[in-house]
Design a protein around this ligand. Structure first.
Ligand code: C2E
Ligand code: CA
Ligand code: CA
Ligand code: CA
Length: 275
């Protein structure tokens, strides 16, 4: 028993070594990803429920690794965050999203995910302003999605950064709402323009009464705070009916469209109504 126990231990050590090597390799590959043109954005529509129209698109980052192919963001974003590479990647994402959105129908917004790490950037608002300036995207068409983890550290500094961003005319929404900590006080202390209910609650809604109760509570909370609530991860008509019944303002999910190339470049007057 003792020998086999030791054998198991050695096996785990080996597996850990391999994992660490893999991660280090991915990290160094990721450092080259921008200059090697391996990153691109997909855009997923955000639907306005009242107007039955597309409001805008969320930019979602994709990495095509030369050997491994498509590496999911849930794998490489944490590596980018821990290594600090997220700062240059985040800047690239913002610039590329704004550049593309500047060519869309001007009624459409673009939502960009922002990592908690990017909030430590000195003069984040200045960096955003210069991207808007360079791409010509009107600030009102940009929406940043941040999670509560961005807010945890220093509340005074966070509030200051949020105010600077909002002073540009850029909107800020809280992403993955319900999965972090002290959500309620964050909503109260910080000037958000909306919140997105995490997909995990939506996925549970049709079979789990608790998930549905949470969705209902979040929507009514959003309503009392005057914050439009977006339900993400809507895959079925049944889920859609439920979030409409609960009073969500916006919806996103495979039912309306998967992340894709985004709208065509705007050439004239076009209808954006989707029934
Ligand atoms: P997120 O911001 O919560 O984005 C929503 C995720 O749900 C996306 O996964 C999207 O493709 C997926 N999704 C949307 N609708 C549905 C649906 O109906 N069903 C299911 N099963 N999934 C749906 P994705 O693109 O793999 O991104 C995962 C996460 O990676 C994002 O979660 C976000 O946290 C992060 N991420 C992606 N792009 C960026 C980026 O440019 N910057 C940063 N900092 N993070 C990013
Ligand atoms: Ca998001
Ligand atoms: Ca989410
Ligand atoms: Ca997320």
């Amino acid at each position: 028993a003792k020998a086999s126990g030791r054998g198991m231990h050695a096996f785990y050590d080996l597996a850990m070594d391999q994992e660490r090597r893999d991660r280090r390799q991915l990290e160094s590959d990721l450092r080259q990803a921008i200059s090697r043109n391996e990153l691109h954005l997909l855009f997923q529509p955000i639907q306005s429920i009242d107007e039955a129209a597309i409001l805008g698109y969320e930019a979602l980052l994709r990495w095509t690794h030369p050997v491994r192919g498509n590496v999911p963001p849930d794998v490489f974003i944490p590596i980018a965050e821990e290594s600090g590479i997220i700062l240059s990647i985040g800047e690239w994402v913002l610039r590329e999203a704004c550049r593309q959105a500047a060519g869309w129908d001007p009624a459409l917004k673009v939502a960009v995910n922002m990592s908690a790490v990017q909030f430590r950037l000195p003069n984040l608002a200045g960096a955003i302003a210069s991207v808007l300036d360079a791409t010509g995207l009107p600030p009102a068409r940009l929406e940043l999605e941040i999670t509560e983890t961005a807010l945890l550290k220093d509340r005074v500094v966070t509030l200051d950064i949020l105010r600077q961003i909002k002073a540009l005319g850029v909107k800020v929404v809280m992403d993955d709402f319900g999965t972090g900590y002290s959500s309620l006080s964050n909503l109260q202390s910080f000037p958000f323009d909306g919140l997105k209910i995490d997909r995990s609650f939506i996925a549970g809604m049709d079979h789990d009464a608790n998930a549905r109760a949470i969705v209902r509570a979040v929507v009514s909370l959003g309503r009392s705070l005057n914050l439009p609530v977006t339900a993400e991860g809507i895959e079925t008509q049944a889920q859609y009916r439920m979030i409409v019944d609960e009073g969500c303002a916006h919806a996103q999910g495979y039912l309306f469209g998967k992340p894709d190339t985004g709208p065509e470049t705007f050439i004239g007057v076009r209808e954006h109504r989707v029934e």
